[in-house]
Design a binder for this molecule. Structure first.
Ligand SMILES: CC(C)(COP(=O)(O)OP(=O)(O)OC[C@H]1O[C@@H](n2cnc3c(N)ncnc32)[C@H](O)[C@@H]1OP(=O)(O)O)[C@@H](O)C(=O)NCCC(=O)NCCS
Length: 222
């Protein structure tokens, strides 16, 4: 009853953003191919999560309990495929990151919490422990932000705004965001519980379409 309107995540139409009509998502960077999952990826993605589980925790909350069986990964990938088929479920779209050279699966990114009223989304990333420290998260995230903010007439999502959240203490992720050069917006002190860490301060960054060069994948100097 006392809930503030600003906490209502899916109010009326607002800007009325609509997803593009596409079933195959694919974009490339210098070293990477970023694309939506296919059924043929199930085993690869499952094995990668199993190999990385201890290295995804504590920051990826799903890593402890999800993908304990390959059937769960199969269901996840099916859901991802169906999410882009139906405009009503176009809210969370996970994308795999693959090496251009050889095709190895190196991690994941995507858009989450896509909001039609504000034409905005969140993005995130994880990289396989064998492939960390080579700049892949930064490279993939740059391209993903460009894809989200590019117009739909230019193979993008035509969103206005991208959010990124990270817990203080996740030094590697904070460094990725620092390299992106996006604008820090919020710092919520002790607002987030991370299993194995405890109370953490949640920090949020934002980038608007006018603040990002979608051709060259970088923040426009402020
Ligand atoms: C965060 C993560 C995606 C980074 O992937 P990556 O491909 O290694 O990232 P990049 O190589 O693009 O950049 C990492 C940067 O962090 C730095 N870094 C790595 N570990 C660090 C640490 N413990 N403290 C400080 N900096 C660190 C690296 O040196 C690099 O910076 P540099 O280019 O200036 O040298 C990866 O560590 C991961 O998957 N972590 C678990 C999942 C996760 O936390 N996801 C983000 C949730 S918000």
């Amino acid at each position: 009853m006392a809930r503030c309107d600003s906490e209502n995540r899916y109010p009326a139409e607002g800007l009325g953003w609509r997803p593009p009509d596409l079933t195959a998502i694919r974009f490339e960077t210098e070293r990477l191919v970023i694309r939506n999952y296919e059924f043929g990826d199930i085993e690869t993605v499952y094995n990668a999560i199993v190999e990385c589980r201890p290295h995804l925790k504590p920051w990826m909350g799903w890593a402890e309990k999800s993908h304990r069986e390959i059937a769960e990964t199969a269901q996840y990938i099916s859901n991802q495929i169906m999410n882009t088929r139906n405009p009503d479920t176009w809210q969370n779209v996970g994308l795999g990151i693959f090496l251009k050279d050889g095709g190895a699966f190196v991690g994941a990114t995507g858009v989450h919490d896509v909001r039609r009223d504000t034409a905005s989304c969140e993005t995130g990333y994880w990289i396989h422990v064998f492939h960390r420290g080579k700049g892949y998260a930064t490279e993939a995230c740059r391209a993903c932000i460009s894809w989200a903010l590019r117009g739909q007439d230019n193979n993008g999502l035509g969103l206005r705004r991208v959010r990124i959240f990270c817990s203080k203490g996740n030094e590697a992720s904070m460094r990725v965001i620092e390299k992106l050069g996006v604008r820090k917006e919020v710092e919520m002190v002790d607002d987030y519980w991370v299993d194995g860490v405890g109370l953490t301060t949640r920090m949020g960054w934002g980038v608007m379409a006018g603040e990002w060069d979608t051709q060259n994948h970088h923040a426009i100097a402020r």
